[in-house]
Design a binder for this molecule. Structure first.
Ligand code: GLN
Length: 202
């Protein structure tokens, strides 16, 4: 017997402690997802995927510990649920932060080292059309907004590079973990969010 297609909307959380939360919620809703704010460990229950938004990574790091979310977030990703980190979210995902704020920690879910604010003041805010190597738009493009963006300066063999900006790595994937230096939610380009939804197992 052929089972009917799974038409239930995908439940996708957005970590809502600090940063650009509303734009991600809107973009996910525009793609038909059931988008929910995550502020407490119980909010992770029933989610199919999660977004760690941009903002200030040292602040988000501190708040995840204050709200008891650090270990639950690590467990959520280790259980195989897709996670997308954008900008500060990428910094949170990384194994190593090259230039952390005092006491700043990361979640260590992506085998990569990042440098914060790597593009300097001249591109502290920039928009660019990048070649996108992900499966949501194979060899298509993605319109990216960079705001005090980090760079992936080193990564392990299991990490695939999905996009570069000025030759530098700005989008990567390791299994179901996606890390993006830029803000796809600010340009109206849904490529990266579709990539995340595409990583949810049937
Ligand atoms: N530079 C910021 C940080 O270290 C990230 C900037 C952003 O998320 N737009 O958290």
């Amino acid at each position: 017997m052929v089972s009917p297609p799974n038409t239930a909307p995908r439940a996708v959380g957005v970590l809502a402690l600090q940063g650009g939360v509303a734009e991600h919620l809107r973009m996910l809703e525009s793609l038909g997802a059931d988008a929910r704010k995550v502020r407490h460990p119980a909010d992770l229950e029933g989610l199919d995927a999660l977004v760690l938004p941009g903002g200030e990574s040292s602040t988000i790091d501190r708040l995840t510990r204050t709200f008891g979310l650090r270990e639950p977030l690590i467990d959520f990703a280790r259980a195989g649920h897709p996670v997308l980190g954008t900008c500060a979210g990428l910094i949170l995902l990384a194994r190593t932060i090259r230039d952390p704020a005092p006491g700043q920690r990361s979640l260590g879910l992506l085998d990569a080292a990042v440098a914060r604010n790597a593009f300097g003041p001249q591109t502290s805010s920039a928009e660019a059309l990048l070649t996108w190597g992900g499966s949501a738009r194979p060899e298509g493009t993605v319109r990216a907004a960079f705001i005090r963006a980090p760079e992936v300066v080193e990564h392990g063999p299991d990490v695939e590079v999905l996009a570069r900006f000025e030759g530098r790595v700005v989008a990567v994937r390791q299994g179901r973990v996606l890390g993006i230096s830029f803000h796809p939610e600010l340009t109206g380009d849904t490529t990266v969010h579709r990539e995340l939804l595409g990583l949810i197992p049937d």
